[in-house]
Design a binder for this molecule. Structure first.
Ligand SMILES: NC(=O)C1=CN([C@@H]2O[C@H](COP(=O)(O)OP(=O)(O)OC[C@H]3O[C@@H](n4cnc5c(N)ncnc54)[C@H](OP(=O)(O)O)[C@@H]3O)[C@@H](O)[C@H]2O)C=CC1
Ligand SMILES: Cc1cn([C@H]2C[C@H](O)[C@@H](COP(=O)(O)OP(=O)(O)O[C@H]3O[C@@H](C)C(=O)[C@@H](O)[C@H]3O)O2)c(=O)[nH]c1=O
Length: 277
């Protein structure tokens, strides 16, 4: 059995849908990954073969003022999961982020590039990356710019703002790959099914800016919204963000044969599915 921790989140719900009878899900309050006793109780009772951890504190700006919570959930929680999965002989799959990189490389990041986070969220996720090694049977999957049917995300924010305003200003100097949680879930399952270990990148292919992504969202949704550019410096959010964080996913393709689709095609499919939902 594959246990999804954080199963009520955006990625967790898509993973649960794809896993079907192979999967089982837990989330707060039935498991609290910041509590070693809770992790031990749930994992020893359920005895999964694989644990996929989707639980995280993902409010990037919120992490700046809640450092302790960020480190507990994204860092220490992963150590507890790694200790207990090692104890029960299970594989631990941990999901991490492009925000562990500082964005200065200028070409797509590879799995072994140096992590140098710019913000507390990235620092806390890096702590999680390091803690995952407590269990040698681990798989670390970095991804980025997620959107999906079951959570707060940039696509939903834009569609909501697009109903209210005819002109929006969106940063055009951060480059990355918008990624549909359904495609990430497919990539994670492909890696698990091949029993891959170590670090992999998984994101939809191609890249754009948040501004380009916003324009594509309105184009595909048929909303007449003008999207103006601005710089990250002008936006002045609490957390610094990497300016270039595209991920090189060639190792995933080589080792599993799974090739994530182009980000714009994924967006189209997502919007169609959203209409039906
Ligand atoms: N969203 C994004 O753009 C990206 C996300 N990622 C990573 O992907 C993974 C999944 O992200 P996403 O689906 O967006 O996350 P969500 O925030 O949608 O889901 C996280 C889930 O974890 C639960 N959770 C929070 N704290 C705990 C805890 N202490 N114990 C147990 N469960 C807890 C949350 O519950 P509750 O809602 O009640 O707090 C929620 O159900 C995370 O590791 C994230 O860092 C990586 C790159 C991009
Ligand atoms: C709503 C809005 C956002 N923006 C900018 C702010 C930000 O730089 C960018 C995206 O905004 P968000 O708050 O959705 O992005 P952010 O929370 O930074 O998204 C990140 O989340 C974490 C969890 C990750 O791991 C990352 O991969 C990434 O997906 O768009 C605008 O410029 N104008 C706007 O109207």
């Amino acid at each position: 059995m594959i246990l999804v921790v954080g199963a009520n989140g955006m990625l967790g719900q898509d993973l649960m849908g794809l896993l079907g009878e192979r999967g089982r899900g837990v989330d707060l309050p039935d498991i609290d990954i910041t509590d070693m006793v809770s992790v031990q109780q749930v994992l020893t009772a359920l005895k999964p073969k694989v644990v996929i951890n989707c639980a995280a504190y993902t409010d990037v700006d919120g992490c700046e003022s809640n450092t302790e919570t960020a480190m507990q959930v994204n860092g220490e929680g992963v150590a507890f999961l790694a200790l207990v999965t090692r104890e029960i002989g299970a594989k631990l799959v941990q999901v991490s982020t492009d925000y562990v990189f500082d964005g200065s490389k200028g070409s797509p990041y590879r799995e072994d590039d140096l992590q140098q986070p710019l913000n507390i969220y990235g620092e806390s996720k890096l702590a999680g990356e390091l803690n995952v090694d407590i269990n040698p049977d681990n798989l670390l999957v970095r991804t980025q710019w997620l959107y999906g049917l079951h959570g707060k995300n940039f696509v939903e924010t834009m569609l909501k703002l697009g109903q209210e305003k005819s002109v929006l200003t969106v940063v055009d100097d951060q480059i990355g790959s918008p990624t549909w949680t359904m495609d990430l879930a497919r990539g994670i399952i492909a890696l698990v099914d091949k029993d891959c270990r170590g670090t992999y990148h998984c994101a939809n292919s191609g890249h754009t800016s948040w501004n380009g992504f916003a324009k594509a969202i309105f184009d595909e949704a048929g909303l007449p919204v003008q999207v103006l550019p601005m710089t990250t410096e002008q936006l002045n959010r609490p957390a610094r963000r990497p300016l270039y964080s595209t991920l090189d996913c060639s190792k995933l393709v080589a080792d599993t044969g799974f090739e994530p689709q182009a980000w714009r095609e994924a967006l189209k499919q997502y919007l169609n599915l959203r209409k039906e939902a």
